[in-house]
Design a protein around this ligand. Sequence first.
Ligand code: UD1
Ligand code: CA
Length: 422
Amino acid sequence: MKRSLVAVVLAAGEGKRMRTQGPKVLVDLLGRPLLGHVLTALAPLCRQRVIVGGKQLPILRQRFAHEKGVGFALQARPLGTAHAVKSALKVLPLRGVDVLIVCGDAPLIRTETLQAAVASHRAAGADVTVLTACVTDPTGLGRIVRNAGGALLRIVEQKDCSPRELDLSEINAGQFVVRAEALHRLLPQIGRDNTQREYYLTDLIALAKGKAHAYRIADPEEARGVNRPDELDAARKHLQARIVHELRAAGVIIPAPEHVVIESGVAIGEGTVVHPFVVLRAGATIAARCSVGPCAVLRDGAQLEEGARVGNFVEVKASRLGQRAKAMHLSYIGDAEVGADVNVGAGTITANFDGVVKHRTRIGAGVSVGAGTIFVAPVTVGDGARTGAGAVVTRGHNVPKGATVVGVPARPLAKKLKQRHS
Ligand code: UD1
Ligand code: CA
């Protein structure tokens, strides 16, 4: 029978080098915490994901408890990575599964890579498999030590390396696949006879003797850990390039990829153009053949339907723009429904916040919004209506279907005037 896979995610380290308030693994990386990226990579592979947290475990629990198949274990004191895994042993099956152990601070690892490593582990009949990478700068990382014939011997932490070992460029990427039976047997054998007086998970390799295996990750970028602010920056650059690459492959047009911020999980349809200096926050969705920017911000809950256009200095939040709707210049659209074929004139604002709560603005299909209109929400504008330039449509003064309103506060245009204008 095929063995199933459970995951242990190490997240109890104190993150001293990062100098953050709160858990390091909750630091944001393009719209998702470091730990969130790791959990997302594991989700398709593992029925159970156990997060090991330290004294900040309650904060992690609060953030991830709602995710399906996610459990928690407490490591009361940060005595090392092997000690962290030990804290999770109680909730892991004794046999019949493989345990995928990953670091919560290595957010770039991909599902496909983990899957290939598990397959390689199983094909090799190994007890323990470590994921490795060959890097140009191995500073700070555990080195992979092999014998002259290339067979895997052990992992040495930087602080315990001999001068010759420091020159090794193959490093421990921080992920392991271990047969549950071997994990339960070997973990108690790990001591802390090392410079840092910690229980090192990396000792599993030497302990597994002939049953240890290495899986080398093709793209060493995936092995990047985030311990310091400059490493967070490097991870962000790499992830941004990956997101842009995947979107372009799916037919999204991004003429200046170095000048956009597109966070994780933003869905964008084919043929949509994302112009320079656009920021697309997590939780925005954009259909096919839309146009965004230059210089626009789409925040959480912004939804553009097919063919919608958002131009310069326009911010959209928690709002839907219907098919072919346009807001081309200098607007804030927040908590709004904008119907199909609406034209939003330059400088239009939805005043959504009354100082206490947010209210919604509903604009029907085909509405023509004059330049500089302010909608004081909650307010509804019927299909085909018009507002004059500079109109202030006040709270609750809904505009009927097909009507034209002008002025401050906005009032229906008098018949005579309307005729003269038309
Ligand atoms: C670790 C590895 C190193 C590897 C590198 C890859 C060990 C001893 N070293 O080093 O070989 O090259 O990752 O990025 O395993 N953690 C706990 N409890 C603890 C200590 C750590 O849960 O007591 C967690 C941390 O939150 C982190 C992960 O384990 O997510 C790795 O710990 P960290 O201190 O960052 O180890 P590195 O020095 O990066
Ligand atoms: Ca680390």
